[in-house]
Design a protein. Structure first.
Length: 629
């Protein structure tokens, strides 16, 4: 064994030892799913308005927010965000004052005020959740982009040009409470609430211009309204009741709406708008669910938007098996038992566009019982695959999951995240920041590639099978000119290209195929001088590759894993990447904490604390398997 393979073997051993020791008794892994400061800020505001006496968590959230302020007074969504982020800075400023632990005369607050005003003030805030929180708490008018959508849209039948289930599930659970509040022009502002009027550069908040495409959509909405039967009052009351039921019927056992903190906070305000008392059991339970989403790490506390336990458990177990753990290993068996218990057996919103499929998917969080997704499902199936050969119970679970994944394929051949064929481009013109990524759930390269990788490597399917053939053709059609693919749920072109290349190879596309070679050449072309790879979150906003100027562990691992899948022999450049990856395991700096998970372009990015261990272990294990003799 040469020196390189010895180093790889040692690193695999270190990572394997670390992960197995982190596993909990129930077989799961719990890593922090760290987002920006938005949810922390909203939580402070919510607890103060509801008068919930939880000073400990309010103070801890306040301190985390304050700790992330930059020297010029701003807050950022990611370290290299140029000029800071106005929406995040307004959220932070508002929450710090609402907490009562910061005051208007404090230096950090004064710096934040100067920054916000220098960027145009409240009127220039573009984040839709930020606008909704400001409107719900009496600091601005409800934005026209929301208030112009009538509640009656919930009553539109499926054959209308626009109906409510054309929106993605993620969009619906956030839009529903916003529509309720905007319809009632709701706001709640206690007497001791902060006054943000000094953040307004002009007298009135600037109202965003509505694009022509949005006005065209409004015509379809008005046409739909004219076809509803009943008096306007009756129709409106029916729509309000349906919106209320929509939220209540999607509350998870932990009290949260669809397992998301962001939608749960909006739901609580919407229930207040519907005249629920602050101490109503539904609201109390929702607050308890939100509080349980906290993650404590390194002396800091944050509220996760949705804990990533199922995702992290599936990926950790799979990576350990790729590293050499057998199906008989206690760690693998415990993880499989946990994952089997998290498989979903109920039909839910996903079945509206996929009515004939038998349930069998997995969700992202433990609290998620009604919102499975394709990516978590294939991750769980990889983790239980080895046990499915000898145990009938796991075989049944695996078959249900496999059939569910196949059934979720879109009409265009690709795979979505949550719901099939929710790709009405008309909705992408909503005058909502990031609507193209939030309002619809179209086929994506990362989801399609990872699904093909699963179907090829673990289900034994290839391009002779129609599902695989159509998915492969979708990826070939959607390759960017320079050779990359855009990844929706990771940052960003490195993520998409990794998923696409590993998927195409597993599906049987030859390494010499021009599509594969083009993708490989692109990855080599962006390798950093230190041997690693790194991409900025700016790529997600600009829709083109933007180099980070440094190497991150997860992005380096993704690039290497893709190249290992393509190249039958190692090369000096690949070994440089492997050495950079191994070195990163012992570094603890901004690069290892850089957010490489994507949620909503320009608004929401995630630092998975598991990623610096899982993806390097996977890449190193595949390197050893491919080149270790």
């Amino acid at each position: 064994m040469d020196d390189m393979l010895i180093k790889v073997d040692e690193a695999i051993g270190e990572l394997t030892d670390f992960l197995t020791k982190r596993q909990r008794e129930d077989g799961s892994w719990h890593f922090c799913f760290e987002n920006g400061i938005a949810i922390d800020a909203y939580m402070i505001i919510l607890l103060r308005i509801l008068d919930v006496p939880n000073e400990k968590i309010i103070r801890e959230l306040h301190d985390r927010i304050l700790n992330q302020q930059q020297e010029d007074g701003c807050w950022k969504l990611y370290p290299d965000e140029k000029d800071g982020n106005l929406s995040a800075s307004v959220e932070a400023y508002y929450a710090l004052l609402y907490s009562g632990y910061s005051h208007s005369e404090d230096g950090p607050i004064q710096r934040a005020k100067r920054y916000i005003r220098s960027k145009g003030g409240l009127g220039q805030v573009n984040g839709i959740l930020t606008k909704a929180m400001l409107a719900a708490t009496g600091q601005r008018k409800w934005p026209l982009s929301v208030s112009a959508i009538p509640l009656e849209i919930l009553l539109f039948p499926s054959y209308f040009p626009i109906n409510y289930f054309d929106f993605s599930g993620y969009s619906r659970v956030h839009l529903t409470p916003m529509l309720i509040m905007a319809d009632r022009r709701f706001s709640i502002r206690p007497a001791d609430a902060p006054d943000l009027s000094d953040l307004k550069v002009s007298r009135e908040d600037a109202e965003e211009p509505l694009p022509q495409q949005y006005r065209d959509m409004q015509k379809d909405i008005q046409s739909g309204l004219s076809r509803l039967i009943g008096t306007p009052r009756f129709i409106h009351e029916a729509a309000t009741a349906k919106a209320e039921r929509y939220m209540l019927e999607r509350i998870e056992p932990d009290g949260t709406l669809y397992s998301y903190a962001s939608s749960t906070i909006l739901m609580i305000f919407a229930l207040l708008a519907l005249k629920y008392e602050p101490k109503h059991p539904v609201i109390v339970r929702a607050v308890e669910g939100l509080t349980a989403m906290q993650c404590r790490l390194g002396g800091k506390t944050t509220i996760q938007n949705s804990p990533s336990t199922v995702w992290d458990t599936a990926l950790s177990s799979y990576a350990l098996q790729e590293a050499g753990l057998s199906a008989d290993d206690a760690s693998v068996r415990h993880a499989a038992s946990y994952l089997k218990s998290e498989q979903q057996h109920r039909t839910a919103d996903w079945s509206i566009h996929n009515p004939n499929a038998v349930p069998g998917g997995w969700g992202f969080s433990e609290s998620n019982t009604i919102n499975p997704d394709v990516d978590d499902t294939t991750a769980a199936l990889r983790a239980i695959h080895a046990l499915s050969h000898g145990d009938p119970a796991y075989r049944d679970s695996w078959n249900r999951g496999l059939n569910w994944v196949i059934s979720m394929q879109n009409r265009d051949g690709g795979w979505p995240a949550f719901e099939k064929n929710t790709d009405n481009e008309l909705l992408a013109w909503l005058a909502i920041d990031g609507a193209k990524s939030a309002a619809i759930d179209p086929s994506e390269a990362d989801l399609t590639g990872r699904t093909l990788e699963y179907l090829g490597r673990f289900a034994g399917l290839d391009v002779k099978h129609n599902w695989v053939k159509r998915g492969t053709e979708w990826l070939v059609r959607h390759q960017e000119k320079e050779g990359s693919w855009y990844g929706r749920w990771g940052v960003c072109y490195i993520y998409g290209t990794w998923a696409a290349l590993t998927g195409l190879r597993a599906a049987g596309l030859p390494a010499g195929h021009e599509t594969v070679q083009k993708g490989s050449r692109w990855l080599w072309s962006i390798q950093n001088p230190d041997g690693g790879w790194g991409e900025s979150c700016q790529s997600d906003r600009l829709m083109r590759y933007v180099p980070l100027g440094a190497s991150t562990p997860s992005q380096t691992a993704w690039a290497l894993d893709a190249l290992i899948a393509v190249h039958p022999e190692r090369s000096p450049d690949m070994d440089r990447g492997i050495l950079r990856l191994i070195a990163s395991l012992h570094e603890d700096d901004w690069k290892s904490a850089y957010p490489t998970g994507a949620g909503l372009p320009g608004s929401f990015y995630s630092h998975y604390h598991s990623y610096r261990y899982i993806w390097p272990l996977l890449a190193l294990s595949h390197y050893k398997k491919s080149y270790g003799g």
